[in-house]
Design a protein around this ligand. Structure first.
Ligand SMILES: [Mn+2]
Length: 320
């Protein structure tokens, strides 16, 4: 739970600072990006110099919101204040952690259960369905909300909670959404762009790899693999794999689904989704990863067959 005194402490940190650096996590999702740019737009009103950092590139489907914005790479400069956004630990900030650690003061805003403290002030709420909702509360407290800031936070929120479909959604999520509806922005357009719109290439990748999905233990475990070959054949990249795993976890009887995506030779990004009782965060944590109860991730190295065997074993051990 968030203490209101934490908001007070963060407000003071921001007011004291001139140059502020905000940090998104690696392999960014709309929650980390939209939270960071909402924060940037809001605190710029206080005449602060604000930059958003990320090791990776912006997401194409967010161009309707942040086409003019830039994500900066680690620059070795010393900022007055560094704020980690939606990042559960310092490793999640990647190479940009060099710049984060150089800053004179620091804070983190996050909703991951697996959060490991890396800043002098951690504002955490693992019951929040997105980091965007925590930022909404903070910026409301600061009286810095406006239509554009709220649209960004709405986009980040629906991306993380599956447009109000996931178990992370609560009465409070809807109460925040209701407050958001009090601002002027195109809700339909936001939902379409963030949640439904996909490029034809991504559709092709999805069709190509889902057909080769494998099911185990009477269909309770599902694995989809995406290799360099699949990306090349469909002209897609790692960041295009996002929604594909949903098709697997939606299959009746599947309790746990894995998406295994090739990052480099013998190096794989693993996404985990669970339906009812397996804790995805706990499952990811045995491989050094983390996330949430129903959605988590990790990295695994080795031959793809060995990687899949390890995941299969971990899944079987957790079936009831
Ligand atoms: Mn998030």
């Amino acid at each position: 739970m968030i203490k209101t005194t934490d908001f007070d402490v963060l407000e003071k940190k921001i007011k004291r600072a001139t140059d502020i650096a905000l940090f998104c996590h690696i392999s960014p999702d709309p929650d980390t990006i939209c939270s960071a740019f909402a924060m940037k737009k809001a605190i710029e009103k206080l005449k602060k110099n604000v930059k958003v950092f990320c090791d990776d590139e912006k997401l194409e489907n967010l161009n309707f919101l942040i086409a003019d914005e830039t994500l900066f790479k680690s620059d070795g400069k010393i900022y007055d204040l560094a704020i980690g956004i939606d990042s559960s630990d310092i490793q999640r900030i990647g190479n940009c952690s060099n710049t984060f650690l150089l800053a004179k003061d620091s804070a983190a805003i996050d909703h991951h259960k697996s959060h490991v403290q890396y800043s002098s002030l951690s504002i955490l709420d693992e019951n929040s369905s997105s980091c965007s909702e925590i930022i909404f509360k903070f910026l409301k407290y600061m009286n810095l909300l406006d239509n554009k800031v709220v649209q960004l936070l709405f986009a980040g929120m629906i991306a993380d909670n599956g447009c109000f479909q996931y178990s992370s959604v609560s009465k409070e999520t809807h109460e925040i959404a209701a407050e958001m509806y009090g601002y002027k922005f195109d809700v339909d357009e936001t939902i379409y762009n963030v949640f439904r719109s996909k490029r034809r290439n991504v559709f092709d990748l999805s069709n190509r790899v889902l057909g080769k999905s494998k099911f185990y233990e009477d269909g309770q475990i599902a694995i989809v693999r995406m290799t360099k070959e699949d990306f090349e054949a469909t002209n897609t990249v790692l960041s295009d794999t996002g929604g594909i795993i949903s098709s697997l976890i939606n299959v009746k009887d599947v309790e746990i689904a894995f998406a295994v995506s090739e990052v480099n030779k013998y190096s794989y990004k693993i996404s985990i989704r669970t339906k009812k009782y397996i804790d995805a965060n706990e499952c990811a944590s045995i491989f050094g990863g983390g996330g949430h109860v129903r959605a988590a991730g990790c990295r695994l190295n080795g031959h793809i067959e060995d990687v899949c065997d390890k995941l299969l074993k971990a899944a079987k051990d957790r079936l009831i």
